[in-house]
Design a protein. Sequence first.
Length: 227
Amino acid sequence: MIRDRGGVVTPASAYSAAAAEFLMRKIWNTILKGLVALLPVGLTIYLVYWLALAAERLFAPAIKLIVPAGFYWPGLGLLAGLAALYVAGLAVNAYAVRSALRFSDGLFGRIPVVKTIYVAIRDFMRFFPSSGHDSELKRVVLVPFGSGKIIGFVTAESGAAVGLEGETADAVAVYLPMSYMVGGYTVFMPRELLEPTSLSIEAGMRLALMGGVQGAHPPGTTPRAEG
């Protein structure tokens, strides 16, 4: 038995159980901190390794038909994959390739189920700069939402640019992504309701998609120290 300052007697086993629970909670929290610190690095390394291995398996058989066995070394498949991507990027500007891409775009766009997957991936990739052209997202703005504001991305400076007429012809097209990329909305709003920001497209997208968990800090500010 243990008597505290108030004179209350508590069995020693209760204190032992509480101490053990506190210790286990402390150990578990420390393990979670280690997991949070190492998981992004580990997954990134694994993804890069998986892509390299997949490229090696895909291109190695073709390379071995051309290169003598004595001159082949692991990694040529990966280099061949990178070279193929580079050549594909250069070929996109060719008229024949653009025509073939338009044909495949129309073909995949008519196949049920495949159309949903293909269009979603195609539209998502258009958000990123490629071939020296700007991203489909023009700038980051704040949009009124009740008593607060949400992050939006201007995709067209006027409704007329996307074929709209009437009152919405002068409205600005703003894309509002949901957190963790589960969806989004495109709204047409009066220009005066939009509040400009100094965020880059990358910083704004990271802040919006991650729900503010890992966003960029505004210029001139520093993260608040935990303590």
